[in-house]
Design a protein around this ligand. Structure first.
Ligand SMILES: *[C@@H]1O[C@H](CO)[C@@H](O)[C@H](O)[C@H]1NC(C)=O
Ligand SMILES: *[C@@H]1O[C@H](CO)[C@@H](O)[C@H](O)[C@H]1NC(C)=O
Ligand SMILES: *[C@@H]1O[C@H](CO)[C@@H](O)[C@H](O)[C@H]1NC(C)=O
Ligand SMILES: *[C@@H]1O[C@H](CO)[C@@H](O)[C@H](O)[C@H]1NC(C)=O
Ligand SMILES: *[C@@H]1O[C@H](CO)[C@@H](O)[C@H](O)[C@H]1NC(C)=O
Ligand SMILES: *[C@@H]1O[C@H](CO)[C@@H](O)[C@H](O)[C@H]1NC(C)=O
Length: 750
């Protein structure tokens, strides 16, 4: 096990007096301070509301460029284990104000208006100039000046050039059929390369990128590429077909001025034969299950790829297939893909599948808007305005609260829909959050990013958020947005059906991060090729035989070692002190700052009359209490999966967990004599129902299950987690009173 990389924050510790070092302020303070003082009377569309010293209006806009260039790309690097940004410490209130888009007073930071504004948009009435897809010509013309004035665009441009150069010297992507995800990895890797090649071609006009792209395109239709010569792009797993079609569409459109007529003809013919015709067949033959009431990534990716392909060739092909495809994909995606975020913005599948779904959705919406002037309802009025918030809160300091399946490799899939959504829905915090992430450095970002964005995503951002839609009731609570060593809790209840069969039987499941590492974590996907893995989400589904999907493979309670009931309909309650971070990356959490979330998940259990679980911060978010109040007629088992090494003390009521050089202790408060901590492997029980013949579970190397076994009866199990923060002595830790979950309040554990 590798030790977590030490971040910045040995001195951003709770309750420890902090020596505030103003790094950026030293550079900028004078400039901004004086401008702000002279110009803070004008009110404007800038919403720098909670900082007296922040500039506003034109002044802010004109200073924005100098602020940007002086601050630069803000994170100092990326956490080596989780790839999350590391923020230096600053209290520079001038630079890190409320998230906002500044008005376009400073032309150097703003995109020009698109002059293609049809009054009656129609999917078949395409803009007159190319490119049509995502990045029209006027944006390419504006790009060099924006790159010169925005440090993020500058960095991304450099990285894309570097990546394209690296791909250039590689052989074309080798055909590989992965049983679980077909040739999806091939498709997405090729798409990733083609995006980079096309981008660099447009900025250099060097024909070498055309030739290199041609070899990649030829390879993807060559003899022996694909499991079947006639269909080539594996339409039986239509995601693959859709992503190949999208890749070819980008090459066709972005490099359109450089292809010979013969090359264009070949690209169109391949796109039609192996992509669009197959798509038509999916719709018309009924084989496209993903067209039927599928609110998830399949609908977004498949419709998105077909749409990009059709838009790319519209008008150049007179077979009629392009308008036919658009007549099917657009209304279908509006009805299904666009319904894949629930009322609170949560993705209906899982936090990882959010990436696939939103990438497909954003590409489709963006391409329709640039090519034809409308999104036809893919964006407007949908819950995607909140799905950026979902992504921000589901991201903890030990990576995502990654409940359910993780999905395949990402390649061309990123979180950069955050840029499109942030701009479209006026949520600058999505843009500010995403621009610091490692996956921001790719071509879509260059066109979806609105460079007039200013401020800090964390400024005034509440530490806690509760997502209450019954599909996935869940909570995120943390002690900072910018300290990689801070505490994070993710916990969920929600329904156990209706997630495109990507969920686990996991009401009550939680993760805990602290001290730069994850202490309670997820096991992720099982083997997608396992017999019956996706058979259904019914109670008797084969899926629920596999350890990683079973309730025993989650961080929750078992009664009688049984799976939870798929009919579960939990209820939740919660409250928060409402603590929000300020403009500083250094947050001194007040002692009375707290948050809790509780669920009544009795309906998930067969042998219990009451099962309630609650989790909360105590002692100014330095400690975490997890409590279960249960009445059950069969034995009860508490389970938590950890990468830590675990030492249980003599009494069996406390344990010390170590990861790298970090320590967390856990202790049962007020234990009854039957409550005993023990440890075991992350494996199915010997008396679990048998797996299908020849099937086995994935091994979970390095993972230990911490268990607390109890007899049947009425129990209140209180587990206190104490991360061993540096600078805190044992007397600084509190032992909370015992309070029934039904009586929890913000003050109940003071
Ligand atoms: C203040 O607002 C007025 C009226 O909108 C405008 O003419 C002026 O340029 C603004 N001044 C500054 C410094 O933003
Ligand atoms: C879009 O254009 C096509 C072809 O010109 C036409 O048949 C169709 O009615 C138009 N659709 C709308 C919604 O205007
Ligand atoms: C983009 O990056 C490349 C490689 O670093 C550089 O040569 C080029 O000038 C950059 N483009 C712009 C517009 O700055
Ligand atoms: C692109 O380049 C960056 C910077 O060198 C590198 O970290 C990243 O891994 C590259 N991405 C790919 C997909 O090769
Ligand atoms: C595809 O066609 C080529 C050329 O006819 C042939 O050599 C190859 O074996 C075929 N591949 C498959 C998978 O049928
Ligand atoms: C163990 O660490 C790996 C790598 O960071 C992570 O993917 C996994 O979720 C962790 N498992 C647990 C149970 O925390």
């Amino acid at each position: 096990m590798t030790a977590p990389k030490k971040g910045i924050s040995n001195w951003i510790k709770f309750g420890v007096p902090v020596a505030v070092v103003v790094i950026v302020g030293a550079v900028l303070g004078g400039v901004l301070g004086s401008r702000a003082a002279n110009n803070n009377k004008n009110s404007s569309s800038s919403s720098s509301s909670n900082s007296n010293s922040s500039p506003s209006g034109e002044a802010a806009a004109s200073s924005a460029a100098s602020v940007k260039n002086a601050v630069g790309v803000y994170p100092t690097g990326t956490d080596s284990q989780y790839l999350l940004p590391l923020y230096p410490s600053t209290t520079n209130a001038a630079a890190f104000t409320s998230p906002t888009f500044h008005p376009s007073a400073n032309a150097a930071l703003a995109w020009p208006q698109d002059t293609f504004q049809p009054s009656n948009p129609n999917t078949t009435a395409v803009r007159p100039d190319r490119p049509r897809l995502i990045a029209p010509a006027y944006k390419w013309q504006a790009l060099p000046e924006l790159i010169a004035n925005d440090p993020y665009l500058k960095e991304w441009n450099n990285t894309i050039f570097g990546n394209a150069t690296a791909y250039y010297s590689l052989p074309p992507v080798a055909y590989y059929l992965d049983g679980a995800s077909g040739i999806l990895d091939n498709a997405r890797e090729i798409k990733q390369r083609i995006k980079a090649f096309s981008y660099v071609y447009r900025l250099t006009k060097d024909k070498k990128w055309i030739d290199r792209t041609w070899s990649e395109l030829q390879n993807a239709v060559s003899d022996n590429f694909g499991p079947n010569n006639d269909t080539k792009w594996n339409p039986g797993h239509f995601l693959d077909t859709a992503e190949f079609t999208a890749a070819f569409a980008i090459a066709y459109d972005w490099m359109n001025d450089a292809w010979t007529d013969d090359q264009k003809g070949q690209i169109r013919a391949n796109m039609i034969t192996y992509g669009l015709n197959q798509g038509l067949n999916q719709y018309n033959s009924g084989s496209g299950w993903w067209t039927k009431d599928v609110q998830g990534n399949w609908n977004c990716v498949c419709n998105g790829g077909l749409t990009l392909g059709a838009l790319a060739i519209l008008g150049d092909d007179n077979s009629g297939i392009a308008p036919q495809i658009l007549g099917l994909t657009v209304p279908n995606a509006v009805q299904n893909c666009a319904a894949a975020a629930t009322s609170d913005g949560t993705w209906t599948e899982t936090p990882n599948y959010w990436y696939f779904g939103t990438t497909g959705h954003a590409e489709m919406a963006s391409a329709l808007m640039t090519a034809t002037g409308s999104d036809y309802g893919l964006l407007k009025g949908k819950n995607f305005d909140k799905t950026g918030l979902y992504h921000m809160y589901v991201t903890g300091f030990g990576s995502l609260f990654a409940y359910g399946d993780h999905g395949p490799n990402k390649f061309s899939t990123t979180a950069n829909a955050m840029f499109l959504y942030g701009d479209y829905y006026n949520h600058p915090e999505y843009v500010l959050f995403q621009r610091d992430q490692h996956d921001a450095q790719e071509p879509w970002s260059m066109f979806w990013y609105n460079p007039t964005v200013a401020g800090a995503f964390w400024d005034n951002m509440p530490l806690d958020h509760y997502f209450d839609d019954p599909t996935d009731q869940w909570a995120a609570m943390r002690s900072s947005w910018t300290d990689a060593d801070a505490a994070y809790i993710g916990i969920k209840a929600g329904k156990l059906t209706g997630h495109q069969t990507h969920n686990d039987l996991d009401c009550g499941d939680f993760v805990i991060d602290a001290l730069g590492t994850r202490w309670a974590g997820e096991l992720g996907s099982g083997d997608y090729l396992s017999t019956g893995y996706f058979s259904s989400d019914a109670q008797d589904s084969v899926r629920w035989l596999y350890y990683r999907k079973r309730t025993e493979g989650q961080n929750t309670l078992l009664v009688n070692k049984a799976n939870q009931l798929v009919t579960a309909a939990p209820s939740v309650k919660h409250d928060t002190s409402g603590t929000a971070q300020g403009s500083s990356t250094v947050l001194d959490v007040p002692g009375d700052s707290t948050a809790f979330w509780t669920t009544d998940m009795t309906s998930a259990y067969g042998d219990a009359t009451s099962v309630k679980r609650g989790i909360r911060f105590i002692n100014g978010r330095k400690q975490i209490l997890l409590q279960d109040d249960i009445t059950a007629s069969q034995p009860i088992m508490w389970r938590m999966h950890t990468n830590a090494t675990v030492a249980v003390d003599q009494s069996g009521t406390s344990a010390t967990l170590k990861i790298g050089d970090q320590t967390l202790t856990m202790q049962i408060l007020n234990p009854t004599s039957d409550m005993q901590i023990s440890t075991g492997p992350a494996q199915r029980f010997a008396d679990d129902p048998a797996l299908p013949t020849g099937q086995s579970d994935q091994p979970n190397p390095g993972v230990t299950v911490v268990m607390i076994n109890m007899q049947a009866g009425t129990k209140s199990l209180q587990v206190l987690f104490n991360p061993q923060w540096s600078g805190m002595s044992s007397s600084d830790y509190k032992t909370p009173a015992a309070v029934a979950i039904d009586s929890w309040s913000l003050q109940s554990h003071n």
